[in-house]
Design a protein around this ligand. Structure first.
Ligand SMILES: *[C@@H]1O[C@H](CO)[C@@H](O)[C@H](O)[C@H]1NC(C)=O
Ligand SMILES: *[C@@H]1O[C@H](CO)[C@@H](O)[C@H](O)[C@H]1NC(C)=O
Ligand SMILES: *[C@@H]1O[C@H](CO)[C@@H](O)[C@H](O)[C@H]1NC(C)=O
Ligand SMILES: *[C@@H]1O[C@H](CO)[C@@H](O)[C@H](O)[C@H]1NC(C)=O
Length: 354
């Protein structure tokens, strides 16, 4: 008991100390919008060599898959109004001692999760780790043993449920049973969007259930909004903000249409070697972003939006193109090469976590 009180006292002191450092260090920059800025060449980049990162997924390892140009590896995100702390893996492991960070979402979450793992490994190559995969839960956990720290990924395409019923597979916009797997994580980073517009043979459901109605199809941006609403209610009912900090990774954009950046004849993102200069993307923002922002406003518990859409839109050069998993047949302008754009998301996350 007295130990606990002592601990709490120390913790308060620590908080005060951190606040002072914050106020002193940042001065008038407290309101800096870290998502407003430009990409600058930094010769110290990339933050890691993918070929010696034991966590890298083959689908993201563009250098190994034969991508010939290298300039895309050299860009660092620079906000206009302030500077970001650089990622310190040792500090990250110490701050998260005994804690869990979990990424939940589609393969863009996997992209982000592996970026963070490679960055930790590059800072602290000697950190021992173990891996555990649960097929039933579609979850992979890396544990850094010396820190009892877990970095987890729960693969979930829509966050809400898909249930096998007599009529077929039903996407249930009101139901979120896998939320039980997320309880207890100290940091949660959610994302979903990329699978919502998908139709045809790879669409993994046959019907959409919205309240009492079971529909063959509906507007997918609207459906996405309803799912985010369900997720927001889950957050309000289940998250204890003292214990858990919740992030939404935001809408990661694609680059299949060069008209978006003024090159209508471009073959999607293939051969793009540099970002769009400046801080504004000439093309449209994904429709899902406005829906997401409106839904996030209705959530009562604190949720931080990693507002990565514009900064990622600028990176038409950041995708695997034909140097991804399906290099023989596919053109991937949706995921991101590692090292690359998700490392900036990880740096931003690091800056917002502490
Ligand atoms: C980004 O910052 C610039 C300069 O500080 C400002 O002019 C611009 O309006 C900002 N953009 C957004 C989207 O906030
Ligand atoms: C990355 O590591 C590989 C294997 O050790 C090495 O051959 C390569 O030169 C390294 N790349 C860079 C850019 O350092
Ligand atoms: C705060 O902003 C000013 C100019 O806006 C800049 O010169 C200074 O470096 C910034 N401070 C930090 C800590 O980023
Ligand atoms: C996210 O960024 C976009 C521009 O990139 C901006 O229009 C929007 O207001 C930002 N949203 C939030 C919640 O900060």
């Amino acid at each position: 008991m007295s130990f606990k009180v002592h601990q709490r006292f120390c913790f308060s002191l620590l908080l005060v100390a951190i606040l002072l450092v914050f106020v002193e260090g940042e001065g008038e920059n407290i309101t800096c919008d870290v998502f407003n800025g430009t990409w600058v060449v930094d010769q110290s980049y990339p933050l890691y060599n993918a070929s010696i990162c034991p966590f890298i997924g083959k689908e993201f390892d563009c250098v190994k898959n034969g991508r010939p140009d290298q300039l895309y590896l050299k860009y660092r995100w620079q906000p206009h109004a302030c500077s970001l702390s650089s990622f310190d893996g040792q500090n990250f492991l110490e701050k998260l001692k005994g804690k869990t960070i979990m990424f939940v979402g589609d393969s863009l979450s996997k992209n982000h999760w592996l970026s963070l793992l490679c960055m930790i490994h590059s800072s602290v190559p000697s950190a021992r780790y173990s891996v555990k995969t649960s097929m039933v839960d579609d979850m992979t956990t890396y544990t850094f043993m010396d820190y009892e720290m877990k970095v987890m990924y729960h693969h979930s395409l829509y966050l809400v449920d898909i249930v096998e019923e007599k009529i077929g597979r039903v996407l249930k916009l009101d139901s979120i049973t896998s939320g039980k797997l997320w309880l207890g994580a100290d940091y949660l980073v959610f994302n979903t969007w990329h699978w919502w517009p998908r139709r045809g043979p790879t669409q993994p459901f046959d019907f959409i259930q919205d309240g009492d109605k079971v529909l063959k199809d509906m507007d997918r941006v609207v459906a996405f909004g309803k799912a985010i609403d369900t997720w927001g209610r889950w957050v309000d009912e289940n998250i204890d903000p003292v214990k858990s900090k919740v992030f939404f990774q935001g809408i990661s954009p694609t680059h299949y249409n060069g008209a978006g950046w003024g090159e209508p004849r471009a073959e999607a993102c293939l051969g793009q070697k540099e970002p769009v200069p400046g801080d504004k993307y000439p093309g449209a923002m994904p429709a899902a972003l406005a829906v997401l922002e409106n839904e996030l406003k209705t959530i009562k518990k604190p949720v931080t939006l990693l507002n990565i859409t514009t900064l990622s839109l600028l990176r038409k050069d950041g995708h695997p193109s034909k140097y991804g998993l399906n290099w023989k047949t596919g053109m991937d302008c949706s995921h991101w090469c590692l090292a690359g754009v998700p490392d900036a998301w990880s740096v931003l996350l690091y800056n917002l976590m502490f």
